[in-house]
Design a protein around this ligand. Structure first.
Ligand SMILES: [Zn+2]
Length: 152
């Protein structure tokens, strides 16, 4: 897998991420995005909203059952985990120190953060390492009705 793919996010999923963030106020929302990597592009195809079992406005931890069901579905569809997302109800869409400490996925995937309290874009993408982060590229795309292409 490429470690520097650009994330293509269907508008419908972008809207769903913002709606989920609002619906779960005052707490942080979280979930996974999966799809296919083709060259330098990661096309998101599925969104898996997860339960924040900490039910906290300051941190999140995805519930195991939801994670398990999402990975099972990805395996069945033959798609890969491309990104994890969570919301910041009262702060900028920038990784917190806790986000870096709890980055279990390494830098191979993208971290999206949705902010409900920013004057800038409500969604930003990042690649995290243990003690630093860098902005990642993403863009919105329109939904297509094309059947999924075979993997590989
Ligand atoms: Zn965070």
């Amino acid at each position: 897998l490429s470690t520097a793919f650009r994330l293509l996010l269907p508008r419908q999923i972008y809207t769903a991420l913002l709606e989920q963030a609002r619906a779960e106020l005052p707490n942080e929302s979280c979930g996974l995005l999966a799809g296919r990597i083709d060259g330098a592009v990661g096309q998101v195809e599925r969104c898996y909203p997860l339960v924040n079992q900490l039910a906290s406005p300051k941190e999140y931890e995805s519930e195991d059952r939801g994670l398990f069901n999402a990975s099972k579905d990805m395996r069945q569809l033959g798609i890969d985990l491309l990104a994890v997302y969570h919301s910041h109800p009262t702060s900028e869409p920038v990784p917190s120190r806790r986000d870096l400490e709890r980055n279990y996925y390494g830098s191979g995937i993208i971290h999206l953060i949705v902010s409900l309290a920013t004057s800038g874009p409500p969604l930003r993408a990042w690649r995290l390492s243990a003690d630093s982060f860098a902005e990642a590229e993403w863009e919105m795309c329109e939904e297509t009705d094309e059947p999924p292409r075979p993997a590989g």
